[in-house]
Design a protein around this ligand. Sequence first.
Ligand SMILES: NC(=O)c1ccc[n+]([C@@H]2O[C@H](COP(=O)([O-])OP(=O)(O)OC[C@H]3O[C@@H](n4cnc5c(N)ncnc54)[C@H](O)[C@@H]3O)[C@@H](O)[C@H]2O)c1
Ligand SMILES: O=C(O)C[C@H](O)C(=O)O
Length: 342
Amino acid sequence: MFSRTLKPAASVTFQNGFKNFSTSSQNNFKVVVAGAAGGIGQPLGLLLKQNKLVTNLALYDIAPVTPGVAADLSHMDTPARVSGHKGPEQLADAIKCADVVVIPAGVPRKPGMTRDDLFNTNASIVRDLAACIAAKAPKALIAIITNPVNSMVPIASEVLKKAGVYDPNRVFGVTTLDVVRAAAFIGEINGVDPGCVSIPVIGGHSGVTIIPVLSQCEPAVKLSDQSKIEALTKRIQEAGTEVVKAKAGGGSATLSMAYAGARLVCSLLRGLNGESNVIECAYVKSDLTEATYFANPLLLGKNGLEKNLGFGNLNGYEQGLLKAAIPELLKNIKTGEDFAKK
Ligand SMILES: NC(=O)c1ccc[n+]([C@@H]2O[C@H](COP(=O)([O-])OP(=O)(O)OC[C@H]3O[C@@H](n4cnc5c(N)ncnc54)[C@H](O)[C@@H]3O)[C@@H](O)[C@H]2O)c1
Ligand SMILES: O=C(O)C[C@H](O)C(=O)O
């Protein structure tokens, strides 16, 4: 397994979480995919079915095809047992005893929409799933893919708070795709394997809130001129929109998201399993900035978030990006919290 060095947040090792590997420790986890029949959910299930840390893969969706997706995946000759759960009456059964619940349930963007335009539809979906997790698996780690991530994490957190089971170390907004994209683009620029690129992406998951910290990239990005750094930053911030436009009404990123989601889930499981030095960026409750939720490198462990590693030194340009992101994050967080308090 190769490792990535992340500078200078805490001079830590940033490991590629998406790997199949055997382990002699617990190796016995239940993972639930909520939204399992969708564009992300299906390939995410495919990847998780191949993960040796997963012994029980529960696929939940409201779509009629859900039992079929479960039947299909269950024919793969890998150890994870697959169960399908369709509709709200089968949700509790899907969620009970979960170690990790990953949520890609909800509608995706079409061209011309912002992620915030999805709020009205997706907010109640995430609220209701969080309420069931609070009741049936209050200790589960929750990884929220559903957009707008910046608002969905505060909603889930408020629901868990109301139920008296909130642990900020267990609720994660999935920003892994931003990290994966940044590494892909930089790998291409530098002419190296993107898997060897270590690049923290901090802030949130939409437009100006996505802050690639290119000054901390290892190896250094081979771009000398500031205008090229700014163009690369913009491309990473707008990469989701690039896919939405290219799919021309057929949805947003699904396959790269499934890859990124499987990587984060694998890292969460490796942390739960007691592996050391497991580090990923994710959007969590935070006191690093004015924004009460913020994404940056995190050390994962047996209880989820073990240690927030911060984001180290930003150069002048990156400080400007952070300044632009904070008001947007504050607005997104308030929207989520206000909804949950209704
Ligand atoms: N965090 C990220 O980086 C990232 C990346 C890509 C997409 N997304 C978001 O992920 C979400 C899903 O995208 P997609 O392309 O898979 O969409 P999709 O429409 O293909 O799939 C969504 C699935 O959710 C299911 N669903 C709807 N309501 C549900 C409910 N109450 N309970 C359970 N399942 C329910 C649908 O039946 C469908 O199968 C969108 O909100 C999208 O914006 C986030
Ligand atoms: O762009 C989207 O709407 C989906 C996702 O957030 C992405 O970044 O691809």
